[in-house]
Design a protein around this ligand. Structure first.
Ligand SMILES: [Fe+2]
Length: 259
């Protein structure tokens, strides 16, 4: 009998404590607002964010100017992120899937009403997030010191194996980048056969759409070079090699080709 009374008293104490907490929260609007916001965040689908730029806007000068970097990152890339999130808000059931999976399976996984938006803005987010990683101030410093940056290690061997030597690869890549009609990208990718290849994509199409893994990529939209080079894409391409970080390229290659 004593045991039943003991349990009953315990239950009453818990109930009183819960009522006290409820009373405190409902009489403190600030606390209530924080709790509601936290619950909303838990229920929200995953949202994409602009990745941190790993260097200052002027870090790639004189080859890529600070104003271009700032606009490219804060306006163009941010717009892709914002519009990708807006599209995915309409279909929270796919919002938690990796972007790579969405891009590789646009026709089967992504609902038709947001397919174009995910292709353009998801592609734009993936492409630019990658692009920032393969350029660096260290590469700029080496170029300024007239140290010609060339690929080494596994990726250097693979480039030599496929294209003959670095100069031949560079010529082929330059020709691809120069011949992109309108806006788009030139890429060095690891194909689904595991081999390196140079490919082009239009607009913000990503190599991931064809299950190709990017190793090196060059944005040839005019927004990437117009301030410094006007419409001279060839000059921009020539300058861009001075900012390419081959250590980062090697890292990308190893993560794709050796897995
Ligand atoms: Fe861009």
């Amino acid at each position: 009998m004593h045991k039943v009374i003991f349990i009953l008293i315990g239950a009453i104490k818990i109930a009183i404590a819960k009522i006290a907490v409820w009373y405190y929260i409902s009489n403190n609007p600030a606390v209530e607002a924080v709790l509601i916001k936290n619950i909303e965040q838990i229920n929200e689908p995953m949202k994409y964010e602009l990745p941190k730029l790993p260097y200052a806007y002027d870090a790639l000068e004189p080859y890529i100017d600070a104003k271009t970097m700032e606009l490219h990152y804060t306006k163009h890339h941010q717009t892709y992120v914002t519009k990708l999130n807006e599209a995915l808000e309409k279909h929270p059931e796919i919002a938690d899937k990796p972007l790579e999976e969405l891009l590789a399976n646009l026709d089967t996984v992504v609902p038709e009403d947001i397919r174009t938006a995910v292709r353009n803005h998801g592609g734009g987010h993936a492409n630019h997030s990658f692009f920032w990683t393969i350029m660096s101030p260290e590469a700029v410093a080496a170029s300024k010191a007239n140290k010609e940056a060339v690929p080494a290690g596994e990726v250097g061997d693979a480039i030599a194996g496929v294209f003959g030597d670095f100069k031949k690869f560079q010529e082929e890549f330059n020709a691809a980048a120069a011949s992109v009609f309108g806006s788009g990208w030139a890429w060095l990718v690891v194909g689904d056969d595991g081999k390196l290849a140079i490919v082009k994509t239009g607009q913000q199409d990503s190599p991931l759409m064809k299950k190709q893994k990017p190793v090196l990529g060059l944005d040839v939209w005019e927004h990437a070079y117009y301030i410094l080079h006007n419409a001279n894409r060839g000059e921009y391409i020539k300058n861009w090699w001075s900012v390419v970080d081959w250590i980062a390229v090697e890292r990308h290659y190893n993560s794709h080709a050796l897995t």
